[in-house]
Design a protein around this ligand. Structure first.
Ligand SMILES: O=C(CO)[C@@H](O)[C@@H](O)COP(=O)(O)O
Length: 254
């Protein structure tokens, strides 16, 4: 199937066909990252991406989401097997049942327009913290960098309606964290796009494991708030490769 071909007649608006196809490929590719980084067993995790209906206007209620089909193993996932839903969570393209967490993903997209990707896993260490209902304290510079503070705990909620999504949003709205530990269930992460949400899941599991290990060795100390703010600001705005800026020094000496 070439780029731009929608698999068959569907509810996808023609203007979104190419973007949906690209999202199918990206979401299928990103699902392979979950077993790669040891975040899932069998099918116990899912990734979704928002597809914006009107890019010039930005995220809105007519956006779509692309997510994996429920219960399909990661080695069987392809761009064509991804399913497309509206932000009510209703299937509009695909011949398989959407992930059982689709309602949660859809709720997040409706309530948080800045979110472009959502991931859910049952990664061992993060899920163990969720089982205990204890926030992961910000005792590592890596946590300050990536999450801007502790990892919060969301309420226990059963799958199948908006309660998980509501719990995710109510918890993350008051936190810089892109990860939430849903009590008794497991982690959900958000990001500006699906890749960012997958990265958050990877980094969450790493810090969950490290902080647990540190507690076996002693009493890790929380990092001071001002240091967290400084670390978070640097990592979010300076770290890594940034687009080249005009060399203002040359401008000044002209
Ligand atoms: O936690 C659960 C089910 O309780 C789901 O997140 C997990 O099994 C993944 O389900 P899907 O295969 O995405 O439907």
């Amino acid at each position: 199937m070439t780029m731009g071909q929608v698999p068959r007649a569907s509810g996808i608006p023609a203007a979104m066909a190419d973007a949906v196809q690209q999202a199918r490929a990206e979401v299928a590719r990103l699902h392979a990252e979950l077993p790669r980084w040891g975040l899932v067993v069998w099918t116990a995790g899912n990734v979704s991406a928002r597809v914006v209906a009107e890019p010039d206007a930005g995220p809105g209620p007519d956006d779509l989401l692309v997510i994996k089909p429920s219960g399909v193993t990661y080695d069987e996932l392809t761009p064509e097997s991804m399913v497309v839903c509206d932000l009510s969570g209703d299937l509009i393209d695909g011949d398989r049942t959407p992930s059982s967490d689709t309602a949660a993903h859809a709720y997040v997209y409706r309530a948080m327009p800045h979110v472009g990707g959502v991931v859910h896993t049952h990664s061992t260490y993060a899920t163990a913290w969720a089982a205990c209902g204890e926030p992961i304290p910000c005792v590592l510079t890596m946590m300050a960098d990536e999450f801007g503070g502790p990892i919060p705990v969301g309420p226990f909620a059963t799958i199948g309606d908006d309660s998980i999504g509501r719990g995710i949003v109510e918890t993350l709205r008051n936190s810089r964290s892109t990860a939430v530990l849903m009590r008794g269930h497991g982690p959900f992460t958000i990001g500006s796009d699906a890749k960012a949400a997958v990265k958050s899941s990877v980094m969450l599991e790493e810090v969950a494991r490290t902080v647990h290990t540190a507690r076996q060795l002693g009493r890790p100390e929380p990092i001071a708030d001002d240091a967290i703010d400084s670390l978070y600001d640097r990592y979010q705005n300076v770290y890594g490769q940034r687009l080249p800026q005009p060399d203002v020094r040359k401008e000044k000496h002209k």
